[in-house]
Design a protein around this ligand. Sequence first.
Ligand SMILES: [Zn+2]
Length: 275
Amino acid sequence: MPELPEIDLVARQLNGLLKGRMVEKAVLLRAKLAPSTTPSAFTRKLNKQKICGVGRRGKHVLIEFAGGLTLLVHLRMSGRFMLLDAEDEDPKFAHAIFYLADGQRVVFDDQRHFGLMKIVETNKLASSPEIAKLAPEPFSPEFNVDQLFSSLKLSRRTLKEFLIDQTKVTGLGNIYAAETLFLAGIHPSVRANRISRPRAERLFAAIKFTLEQALKMSKKGKLDPRNINGNYAPENGRWQVYDREGELCEVCSNAVKRITHGGRSTYFCSTCQRR
Ligand SMILES: [Zn+2]
């Protein structure tokens, strides 16, 4: 599942390709992709709508239209956008199509069928449940040690589960959460409310550093307009602990371990990361 830096790249690339362009016709081919609307309402609302920009909040891509609507998109496991020419065939899992004025079209393709779209009024976006429940953006002033520490105090879940919960911290998924905890030197199974203030400070710095580094890499990246997906850039793929079970920790040379939290793998070094 793409995490914040990957979605940031998707949004930036879509913005560059689509800003100022007109959607002549929007077609929802798989109704469950946008469960809060019907295919006919989807078409009626988005036809003849000019795209004024594409941004992001948390892991949601936000396609804003000049007429006052925003299309909220979550790629989930395998959703991707494809900018295709008139002569190109539709891909196998085309779940929504946006026909542009000049014959090109943007197809939302989703092999695993987990993607989600929702049309919201732009001026009510902040209060829509998907957005309202998110923790502050990690690079906003609202996200700070005090905010993180008080949020930690209210949770009895493990730190790993806490970090990937978008209502607690926005932007981290399985990969960056593991890397953050390694950097902070904290064991992933520690309960959130047991974290001391000095450790919360280390954790805060590690979240920012991990996301900053990944964003820096993603800003160098460029996606193929025909395959705008949330995959990790290959240069981002050299993790210190993630997906390295049995390999040697680069700091202490002990083997990286794997445990599961809520059914998902967590990788860590039991020497470098203390309870
Ligand atoms: Zn180690």
